[in-house]
Design a protein around this ligand. Sequence first.
Ligand SMILES: Nc1ncnc2[nH]cnc12
Ligand SMILES: [Zn+2]
Length: 334
Amino acid sequence: MDTGVLIERLPKVELHVHIEGTLEPEQLFAFARRNGVSVRYPDVEALRAAYRFHDLQSFLDLYYEGCAVLLTEQDFYELTLAYLRRVAAQGVVHTEIFFDPQSHTHRGVAFATVFDGISRALAEGERSLGITSRLILCFLRHLDEADAFDTLRQAEPYLDRIVAVGLDSSEVGHPPSKFERVFAAAREHGLLTVAHAGEEGPPEYIREALDLLKVSRIDHGVRCLEDDALVERLVAERMPLTVCPLSNVRLGGFAEMRDHPLKRLLDRGLCATVNSDDPAYFGGYMTENFTATQAALGLTADDILTLGRNAIEAAFLDADARERLLARVAQSAA
Ligand SMILES: Nc1ncnc2[nH]cnc12
Ligand SMILES: [Zn+2]
């Protein structure tokens, strides 16, 4: 089958998207106007033109600045529903969404405001768009572990609707070991764990995420290829990597998509998946990530189906839901 048709028809599962990273410039200005927040760019074009990043930190600075327009429950609801509508149109059937409570609570927005807005949209998305979802609470790793503990405490009333905790923000200098105790506390609450590791940080951070944080998935993980023994371990453990190709290129991890290791990860037998990370900032959602990697790396129809099945295997879904989605993938290739 033609790969373009397959990409379009594939029922997609997204496992790595920051809801704050789906804030499109148009929506950012609309929320700013509605909330009386000033923006230091004159218009949408000027803001979009500023989305030229040279590394993770240069992106994060703008990403946190953008968060300043998100104030009300309705903002979080509209942000999340807009993301769900966009990806429903791309054939996404299940999505596992990160949110960064500290980037809001530190501005005086209550945890409940953030959580209620996002979860109201997720319920609406399931009802009207048929998209199932999970929520993953991320701790900001540039802050200290005490702040993460405080955030976990604020999340306690909502833990039945949070599937996992994650770790994001500035990676280098903030190894997983810094959060070993708060991740242990989260696991005691029954939560699963994931962590960004090996995006900019070294392979050692991936080992720490496995050994100290007991993660079920590694977010990014592309730098594992620098360490053969680590790759063998990840293959043997069938540890999923939530890879974000457009993000990696936009943040300078790889000069061009031609240099991206997605195909090599698959060829080594790793459980790699394709995801969008912060689609409003990096030039595309799920379909654009599949299309760009297919074109640059020559992904075959088999590669695309493997990526689709890997995401289902790696999702925090029960066995029945997995079987149903796998059957839909098979159908999409028929
Ligand atoms: N790609 C990324 N890496 C680390 N933290 C993030 N927060 C939002 N996007 C991120
Ligand atoms: Zn990310």
